[in-house]
Write a protein that binds this ligand. Structure first.
Ligand code: URA
Length: 259
Protein backbone atom coordinates (compact mmCIF):
# COMPACT_ATOMS: atom_id res chain seq x y z
CA UNK A 1 0.00 0.00 0.00
CA UNK A 2 1.23 3.47 -0.80
CA UNK A 3 1.88 6.06 1.87
CA UNK A 4 -1.20 7.84 3.22
CA UNK A 5 -1.86 10.67 5.66
CA UNK A 6 -1.95 9.52 9.25
CA UNK A 7 -5.22 11.34 10.06
CA UNK A 8 -6.99 9.72 7.09
CA UNK A 9 -5.63 6.28 7.99
CA UNK A 10 -6.90 6.57 11.57
CA UNK A 11 -10.28 8.06 10.65
CA UNK A 12 -10.85 5.24 8.10
CA UNK A 13 -9.97 2.51 10.56
CA UNK A 14 -11.51 3.67 13.82
CA UNK A 15 -14.79 5.23 14.87
CA UNK A 16 -13.09 8.65 15.27
CA UNK A 17 -13.76 11.50 12.86
CA UNK A 18 -10.92 13.33 11.13
CA UNK A 19 -11.21 16.22 13.65
CA UNK A 20 -11.27 13.79 16.64
CA UNK A 21 -8.12 12.25 15.21
CA UNK A 22 -6.41 15.65 15.02
CA UNK A 23 -7.09 16.12 18.76
CA UNK A 24 -5.85 12.64 19.56
CA UNK A 25 -2.67 13.40 17.67
CA UNK A 26 -2.21 16.71 19.53
CA UNK A 27 -2.62 14.84 22.83
CA UNK A 28 0.16 12.41 21.94
CA UNK A 29 -2.14 9.37 21.70
CA UNK A 30 -0.71 8.11 18.41
CA UNK A 31 2.61 6.45 17.70
CA UNK A 32 4.28 5.09 14.57
CA UNK A 33 6.94 2.46 15.24
CA UNK A 34 7.09 3.57 18.86
CA UNK A 35 7.54 7.30 18.12
CA UNK A 36 4.75 9.74 19.09
CA UNK A 37 3.40 11.57 16.03
CA UNK A 38 1.43 14.79 16.46
CA UNK A 39 1.22 15.95 12.82
CA UNK A 40 -2.07 15.08 11.10
CA UNK A 41 -0.54 15.36 7.65
CA UNK A 42 2.37 13.03 8.44
CA UNK A 43 2.51 10.31 5.76
CA UNK A 44 2.78 6.71 6.91
CA UNK A 45 2.99 3.33 5.21
CA UNK A 46 0.59 0.93 7.01
CA UNK A 47 2.24 -2.08 5.37
CA UNK A 48 5.61 -1.43 6.93
CA UNK A 49 4.89 0.73 9.99
CA UNK A 50 3.19 -0.18 13.24
CA UNK A 51 0.61 2.44 14.11
CA UNK A 52 -0.76 2.49 17.65
CA UNK A 53 -3.56 4.54 19.19
CA UNK A 54 -3.41 4.67 22.98
CA UNK A 55 -0.97 1.78 22.69
CA UNK A 56 -3.42 -0.39 20.69
CA UNK A 57 -2.26 -1.59 17.29
CA UNK A 58 -4.40 -0.28 14.44
CA UNK A 59 -4.69 -2.88 11.73
CA UNK A 60 -4.45 -1.54 8.25
CA UNK A 61 -2.36 -1.70 5.17
CA UNK A 62 -3.18 -4.38 2.68
CA UNK A 63 -4.75 -6.66 5.29
CA UNK A 64 -8.50 -6.68 4.80
CA UNK A 65 -11.29 -7.96 7.01
CA UNK A 66 -14.75 -8.29 5.51
CA UNK A 67 -17.75 -9.88 7.15
CA UNK A 68 -20.54 -11.33 5.06
CA UNK A 69 -24.00 -12.54 5.95
CA UNK A 70 -23.84 -15.80 4.02
CA UNK A 71 -27.15 -16.69 2.39
CA UNK A 72 -28.32 -20.26 1.78
CA UNK A 73 -27.01 -21.92 -1.40
CA UNK A 74 -23.66 -20.14 -1.24
CA UNK A 75 -20.47 -21.99 -0.30
CA UNK A 76 -17.44 -21.02 1.78
CA UNK A 77 -14.79 -21.47 -0.91
CA UNK A 78 -12.80 -19.15 -3.14
CA UNK A 79 -14.00 -20.78 -6.37
CA UNK A 80 -16.45 -23.43 -7.43
CA UNK A 81 -17.85 -24.57 -10.76
CA UNK A 82 -21.34 -25.37 -9.50
CA UNK A 83 -22.22 -23.07 -6.64
CA UNK A 84 -21.94 -19.38 -5.90
CA UNK A 85 -19.08 -18.71 -3.47
CA UNK A 86 -18.87 -16.21 -0.62
CA UNK A 87 -16.21 -14.38 -2.66
CA UNK A 88 -18.87 -13.61 -5.26
CA UNK A 89 -20.83 -11.68 -2.62
CA UNK A 90 -18.10 -9.03 -2.65
CA UNK A 91 -17.99 -6.00 -4.92
CA UNK A 92 -15.68 -6.46 -7.92
CA UNK A 93 -12.86 -4.33 -6.45
CA UNK A 94 -12.52 -6.69 -3.47
CA UNK A 95 -12.51 -9.95 -5.41
CA UNK A 96 -8.84 -9.91 -6.28
CA UNK A 97 -7.25 -9.18 -2.92
CA UNK A 98 -6.42 -12.80 -1.98
CA UNK A 99 -9.31 -12.92 0.47
CA UNK A 100 -10.44 -16.31 1.72
CA UNK A 101 -13.13 -17.44 4.15
CA UNK A 102 -11.82 -18.01 7.68
CA UNK A 103 -13.77 -21.18 8.35
CA UNK A 104 -16.63 -22.93 6.65
CA UNK A 105 -20.37 -22.97 7.05
CA UNK A 106 -22.47 -25.62 5.31
CA UNK A 107 -24.20 -24.66 2.06
CA UNK A 108 -27.54 -24.36 3.86
CA UNK A 109 -26.20 -22.55 6.94
CA UNK A 110 -26.58 -18.77 6.97
CA UNK A 111 -24.81 -16.01 8.86
CA UNK A 112 -21.46 -14.59 9.85
CA UNK A 113 -18.39 -15.48 7.79
CA UNK A 114 -15.13 -13.54 7.89
CA UNK A 115 -13.23 -13.06 4.64
CA UNK A 116 -9.66 -11.94 5.09
CA UNK A 117 -6.17 -12.14 3.64
CA UNK A 118 -4.69 -12.19 7.16
CA UNK A 119 -3.59 -15.81 7.57
CA UNK A 120 -2.46 -15.24 11.13
CA UNK A 121 -5.83 -13.95 12.31
CA UNK A 122 -7.69 -16.71 10.43
CA UNK A 123 -5.47 -19.28 12.14
CA UNK A 124 -6.17 -17.79 15.57
CA UNK A 125 -9.90 -17.80 14.89
CA UNK A 126 -9.97 -21.40 13.76
CA UNK A 127 -7.31 -23.09 15.86
CA UNK A 128 -8.90 -25.37 18.49
CA UNK A 129 -6.14 -24.17 20.84
CA UNK A 130 -7.64 -20.67 20.93
CA UNK A 131 -11.20 -21.90 21.56
CA UNK A 132 -12.81 -18.87 19.91
CA UNK A 133 -16.55 -19.26 20.63
CA UNK A 134 -18.96 -19.51 17.70
CA UNK A 135 -22.64 -18.88 18.32
CA UNK A 136 -25.42 -20.43 16.27
CA UNK A 137 -29.16 -19.88 16.31
CA UNK A 138 -30.66 -23.31 15.84
CA UNK A 139 -34.13 -24.18 14.55
CA UNK A 140 -35.01 -27.74 15.51
CA UNK A 141 -37.49 -30.13 13.92
CA UNK A 142 -38.52 -31.60 17.29
CA UNK A 143 -39.01 -30.19 20.77
CA UNK A 144 -35.91 -29.01 22.68
CA UNK A 145 -35.54 -31.35 25.67
CA UNK A 146 -34.20 -29.93 28.96
CA UNK A 147 -31.61 -32.72 29.30
CA UNK A 148 -29.80 -31.43 26.16
CA UNK A 149 -28.22 -28.68 28.31
CA UNK A 150 -26.36 -31.11 30.57
CA UNK A 151 -25.53 -33.58 27.78
CA UNK A 152 -24.04 -30.86 25.58
CA UNK A 153 -22.15 -29.38 28.50
CA UNK A 154 -20.68 -32.80 29.41
CA UNK A 155 -19.38 -33.17 25.82
CA UNK A 156 -21.31 -35.40 23.42
CA UNK A 157 -19.94 -38.45 21.66
CA UNK A 158 -21.25 -38.55 18.09
CA UNK A 159 -22.55 -41.64 16.28
CA UNK A 160 -19.10 -42.33 14.75
CA UNK A 161 -17.31 -42.02 18.11
CA UNK A 162 -16.16 -38.40 17.59
CA UNK A 163 -15.84 -36.65 20.95
CA UNK A 164 -17.10 -33.08 21.11
CA UNK A 165 -15.86 -30.40 23.46
CA UNK A 166 -18.31 -29.07 26.00
CA UNK A 167 -20.92 -26.80 24.35
CA UNK A 168 -23.21 -24.28 26.00
CA UNK A 169 -26.82 -24.03 24.99
CA UNK A 170 -29.73 -21.78 25.86
CA UNK A 171 -33.30 -22.75 25.07
CA UNK A 172 -35.29 -19.93 23.47
CA UNK A 173 -38.60 -21.68 22.86
CA UNK A 174 -39.79 -25.22 22.05
CA UNK A 175 -37.86 -25.45 18.77
CA UNK A 176 -35.21 -22.73 18.99
CA UNK A 177 -31.98 -22.45 20.94
CA UNK A 178 -28.60 -20.75 20.88
CA UNK A 179 -25.58 -23.05 20.95
CA UNK A 180 -22.00 -21.97 21.52
CA UNK A 181 -19.15 -24.16 20.24
CA UNK A 182 -15.43 -23.76 20.88
CA UNK A 183 -14.34 -25.90 17.94
CA UNK A 184 -15.50 -26.49 14.38
CA UNK A 185 -15.83 -30.14 13.43
CA UNK A 186 -17.54 -31.16 10.19
CA UNK A 187 -21.34 -30.60 10.42
CA UNK A 188 -20.84 -30.44 14.16
CA UNK A 189 -24.05 -28.77 15.30
CA UNK A 190 -26.19 -30.91 13.01
CA UNK A 191 -24.45 -34.10 14.16
CA UNK A 192 -24.75 -33.08 17.82
CA UNK A 193 -28.51 -32.66 17.60
CA UNK A 194 -28.76 -35.88 15.57
CA UNK A 195 -26.94 -37.66 18.45
CA UNK A 196 -29.58 -36.21 20.79
CA UNK A 197 -32.34 -37.67 18.60
CA UNK A 198 -33.39 -34.35 17.07
CA UNK A 199 -32.81 -32.72 13.67
CA UNK A 200 -31.57 -29.24 12.73
CA UNK A 201 -33.95 -27.57 10.28
CA UNK A 202 -31.94 -24.39 10.06
CA UNK A 203 -28.67 -23.01 11.36
CA UNK A 204 -27.60 -19.38 11.48
CA UNK A 205 -24.20 -18.21 12.80
CA UNK A 206 -25.02 -15.13 14.82
CA UNK A 207 -21.64 -14.33 16.40
CA UNK A 208 -17.96 -15.23 16.52
CA UNK A 209 -15.97 -14.34 19.64
CA UNK A 210 -17.94 -11.37 20.88
CA UNK A 211 -18.65 -9.95 17.42
CA UNK A 212 -22.32 -10.11 16.48
CA UNK A 213 -23.40 -10.26 12.87
CA UNK A 214 -24.89 -6.76 12.48
CA UNK A 215 -28.65 -7.42 12.27
CA UNK A 216 -28.98 -4.70 9.62
CA UNK A 217 -26.64 -6.60 7.25
CA UNK A 218 -29.01 -8.38 4.83
CA UNK A 219 -28.41 -11.95 3.59
CA UNK A 220 -25.73 -11.66 0.90
CA UNK A 221 -24.51 -8.32 2.30
CA UNK A 222 -20.91 -7.58 3.25
CA UNK A 223 -19.02 -4.90 5.17
CA UNK A 224 -15.41 -4.13 6.03
CA UNK A 225 -14.53 -4.22 9.71
CA UNK A 226 -11.70 -2.46 11.50
CA UNK A 227 -9.62 -2.73 14.68
CA UNK A 228 -12.41 -2.57 17.28
CA UNK A 229 -14.44 -5.33 15.62
CA UNK A 230 -11.42 -7.43 14.68
CA UNK A 231 -10.46 -7.55 18.35
CA UNK A 232 -13.99 -8.67 19.21
CA UNK A 233 -13.65 -11.65 16.85
CA UNK A 234 -11.01 -13.15 19.14
CA UNK A 235 -12.52 -12.12 22.47
CA UNK A 236 -14.75 -14.41 24.51
CA UNK A 237 -17.44 -12.63 26.54
CA UNK A 238 -19.60 -14.65 28.89
CA UNK A 239 -22.15 -16.95 27.27
CA UNK A 240 -25.10 -15.25 28.98
CA UNK A 241 -23.98 -11.77 27.85
CA UNK A 242 -23.69 -12.90 24.21
CA UNK A 243 -27.03 -14.74 24.36
CA UNK A 244 -28.77 -11.57 25.57
CA UNK A 245 -27.22 -9.56 22.72
CA UNK A 246 -28.12 -12.22 20.15
CA UNK A 247 -31.73 -12.42 21.36
CA UNK A 248 -32.06 -8.63 21.16
CA UNK A 249 -30.45 -8.43 17.73
CA UNK A 250 -32.25 -11.39 16.19
CA UNK A 251 -35.75 -11.15 17.64
CA UNK A 252 -37.19 -10.82 14.12
CA UNK A 253 -35.31 -13.97 13.08
CA UNK A 254 -36.97 -15.89 15.90
CA UNK A 255 -40.40 -14.72 14.83
CA UNK A 256 -39.89 -15.29 11.11
CA UNK A 257 -37.40 -18.15 11.32
CA UNK A 258 -35.14 -16.42 8.81
CA UNK A 259 -32.99 -13.29 9.12
N1 URA B 1 -22.24 -26.92 12.38
C1 URA B 1 -22.91 -27.45 11.34
O1 URA B 1 -23.46 -28.54 11.44
N2 URA B 1 -22.95 -26.75 10.19
C2 URA B 1 -22.37 -25.54 10.05
O2 URA B 1 -22.46 -24.95 8.98
C3 URA B 1 -21.69 -24.99 11.15
C4 URA B 1 -21.63 -25.71 12.31
Amino acid sequence: MAEIRLDKFLADRTSYSRSDVRNLLKNGAVSADGRIITEAKQKINPDTQEIRLYGKKIHGGSLLYIIVNKPQGCICATEDKKHKTVLELLPEELRHKDLFPAGRLDIDTTGLVLLTNDGQLAHQMLSPRHHVPKYYLVTLAEKFEEDYIQKLSDGLVLADGTECLSAQVQKLDDTHCIICLHEGKYHEVKRMFAALGNHVNHLHRAAVGSLLLPPELPPGGCMEIFTKDIEKLLKADSFSVLCKQIILAFSSYLINDRP
